[in-house]
Ligand binder design. Structure first.
Ligand code: EPZ
Length: 428
């Protein structure tokens, strides 16, 4: 299992380029199935989630050709079987977007039930409720979700709570249905808007993405298109926090500042300087970092995907900060790893009380999930001494070339391959 070895205490400085958005591209790649011709996707990040999705399409019979490091041509018109192989789908939750796109194209889909995962149980009841509203029959068949519909008829769908995945899956299923679908209480994340823009570039008729009411008028056919994925809001936020935690001075390029508003506002409250330009932000720190309370919310609120990273920063602030994240029911699993580095955090279900300790000590730690792994990197960069981070495959799911990007900012980070089988987890 590979690991990162980081020698902390060096302020990050220089410039870093943000890659395409993971949470947009993991929806756009399955959406290619809906096109009656090939699609070319640009600004696609080289991350393992993308590799797995492209592999799934290839296994299903699509033609997949890399035209460049971040550009891929996909012709999914050769797919005939609306089934995602379990062996492939089990590796990532976002494979459930194939449910919506296969249903939308073939009126049939068969994809493995996504498991619960590192953030707590993650049911898909709202996804299935939406598919049923459109006229589909959904059954669980030996661990596979099997969905079929004679026809898909536009419907009014009201989500019980804001859900990114169900909003996206409903758009995928409804774009080629008959009539008008209205999604109420829709998610407004940048990646929801990016998917809608992608589908509209194929000839879909989607209005209101980015608001809490999305209207989808079904069309008969969707054509192939060329589309560039938006920059990754969470990758950008992660580098903003890393620059602040090391009291560095970093220009973060290829961003959409509007997508970063809630992150910028909280960093400013903590005492971080954020200078905004057209497509970049500069981070620097002059004075002390101060305690700040954070509550994660659906966009445009503070993103849950930035919660572990900002919590690591608050360990370096003066005073006591309260971080509340009840979007998932188990998103503080990284805390015991930060405690190994000297953090003083107590967690009660979805609330963390962070006592600012002012510094971290390097220590061997293990990444429990993607964004928690990013938080451990941030702590390691600020720490006195050396930190070894195991299970970095979590991190490489969502951050393109993170080691190279950090090294170009002056970080002392190396990746060490540890040959042999996966380390047996000790049951504690
Ligand atoms: C997406 O997950 C993102 N993943 C997550 O990012 C992100 O944290 C989350 O949205 C919230 O912004 C991708 O886009 C691939 P939800 P998703 O549906 O769609 C519950 C990362 O680090 N829920 O908005 O699964 C659910 O359990 C990842 O990049 C139901 O109960 O999130 C959760 O508690 C992690 N029933 C809450 O709602 C449902 O049918 C929000 O889930 C659907 C969701």
């Amino acid at each position: 299992m590979d690991k990162f070895i980081i020698k902390g205490g060096r302020p990050l400085s220089g410039e870093v380029e943000i890659s395409g958005a993971k949470n947009a591209v993991v929806a756009i790649i399955p959406a290619v199935i809906l096109a009656d011709g090939p699609c070319i996707l640009e600004n696609v990040p080289q991350i393992s989630d993308v590799s797995i999705l492209l592999r799934i399409l290839y296994e299903m019979g699509a033609e997949v050709k890399m035209l460049g490091k971040n550009t891929v041509r996909i012709d999914a018109t050769k797919i005939t079987e609306p089934v995602v192989p379990y062996e492939m789908a089990k590796h990532m939750r976002a494979s459930y977007y194939f449910l919506g796109s296969l249903l939308g194209k073939f009126r049939r889909a068969r994809v493995s039930m996504p498991g619960g995962c590192y953030l707590g149980d993650r049911p898909i009841d709202q996804h299935l409720k939406a598919f049923s509203s459109l006229g589909a029959e959904c059954i669980l068949d030996h661990g596979m979700i099997d969905i079929r519909a004679q026809s898909l008829i536009g419907s009014q769908i009201y989500f019980d709570f804001v859900t990114v995945g169900a909003t996206i899956n409903t758009m995928l299923a409804a774009v080629k249905s008959t009539g008008l679908t209205i999604i109420e209480n829709a998610a407004k994340e940048p990646h929801v808007v990016d998917l809608a823009n992608f589908l509209n570039s194929m000839g879909a008729d989607i209005m209101g993405a980015g608001t809490d009411v999305i209207k989808i008028r079904g069309v008969k056919a969707l054509k192939g298109t060329t589309y560039a994925v938006i920059p990754d809001q969470i990758e950008a936020g992660t580098y903003m926090v890393a620059a602040a935690a090391t009291r560095g001075n970093v220009l973060i390029k290829n961003v959409i500042p509007k997508h970063l508003e809630s992150i910028t506002a909280k960093l400013a409250k903590i005492g971080v300087n954020v200078e905004e330009f057209d497509d970049s932000v500069r981070i620097s720190v002059d004075g002390p970092l101060v305690k700040t309370n954070i509550k994660t919310m659906p966009h445009p609120g503070f993103p849950t995907d930035m919660q572990p990273q900002i919590s690591a920063l608050l360990c370096l602030a003066e005073g006591t900060s309260i971080v509340t994240d009840d979007i998932f029911n188990n998103r503080f699993r990284y805390v015991d790893q930060l405690r190994r580095m000297g953090a003083d955090i107590s967690v009660d279900r979805t609330v963390a009380v962070i006592e600012g300790v002012g510094h971290f000590m390097g220590a061997p730690v293990t990444a429990p999930d993607l964004r928690a792994g990013a938080a451990l990197i941030i702590a390691a960069l600020a720490a006195n001494g050396i930190t070894e981070i195991e299970d970095i495959y979590h991190i490489e799911r969502g951050y393109e070339e993170i080691e190279q990007k950090l090294r170009s900012l002056g970080a002392d980070i190396v990746k060490k391959s540890v040959p042999g089988s996966a380390v047996r987890k000790v049951a504690l």
